[in-house]
Each structure stands twice: as structure tokens, then as C-alpha cells.
Write a protein of this length. Structure first.
Length: 133
């Protein structure tokens, strides 16, 4: 576990990509309710862990401002694009892991602030931490 590694190597900074992404989601949410969206299999596999990790970072869905931020964990370009185009009622931010999906979103006119591209976000965080050293 990260805790056991951290205790064994106290002078090493461990960076968890999940915490980086979820912290970014909390920033984007700005007090809105966060809704997890994925395929049926993704919901079964990841939804509870998603909310559990958000709570560890301080998220509480009680007494939130009005509004909803839907976070999409759709793995395929067509799923992501379909949800992005359908974001009429609430904000939909896909979490993108694949460069192919990122490139497809860009080709279709979506700017880098319209989705979370995990590799870039993690690299930005690592660069910032390295600069602080």
C-alpha cells in the first residue's frame, strides 16, 4: 500500500494519480453535487470507490450549492462524445485516459478545459512538485 511504502521511505514523496484527479474534480465542482457516470459495468466496479475516495478528500454532498457536475468515466470515444454533446442540463466532464479519445474530442472542437486528460494532469502535478523541491 502507499502508506507502507511511505513509512518505509520517509524522504520520498508519493503521488497517487487518483487523488490528483479527484482533487481536480473537487476544484471544478465548486460546491456542486458530483455525479459519477460510467457504463453499467463501470458503475458496479468503481462508483463506491469513487465516492469513498472523494469523501477522504473532504467531499460531502450535504448542503451543497445548486447545480450538478457529472463526471464521466467512459472509456470509448463514442461514449464520451455522446455524453459531451448531451450536456445540456448539467455540466459533464469526462475523465479521459486515452490519447485517442483526447484527440477525438479536440478534433470535434472541445477545448482542453472541457475534459480532464489524466496523463497531462498527472504530469503537471509532478512538474509542480519537482519545482517545489
Amino acid at each position: 500500500s502507499l502508506e507502507s511504502i511511505s513509512s518505509k521511505y520517509p524522504n520520498v514523496t508519493l503521488v497517487d494519480p487518483t487523488d490528483i484527479v479527484l482533487s481536480h474534480i473537487l476544484e471544478i465542482a465548486k460546491g456542486r453535487k458530483i455525479v459519477f457516470r460510467a457504463t453499467k459495468e463501470g458503475i458496479i466496479e468503481y462508483k463506491k470507490r469513487f465516492y469513498d475516495r472523494l469523501e477522504l478528500l473532504g467531499y460531502n454532498d450535504k448542503n451543497l450549492k445548486k447545480g450538478i457536475l457529472t463526471i464521466g468515466y467512459d472509456l470509448f470515444e463514442d461514449q464520451t462524445e455522446q455524453q459531451t454533446l448531451a450536456k445540456k442540463v448539467d455540466d459533464y466532464y469526462p475523465v479521459v485516459l486515452s490519447k485517442g479519445v483526447k484527440d477525438a474530442l479536440a478534433r470535434n472542437g472541445h477545448g482542453k478545459n472541457d475534459f480532464i486528460y489524466v496523463p497531462d494532469l498527472v504530469l503537471q502535478t509532478l512538474t509542480k512538485k519537482a519545482d517545489e523541491q
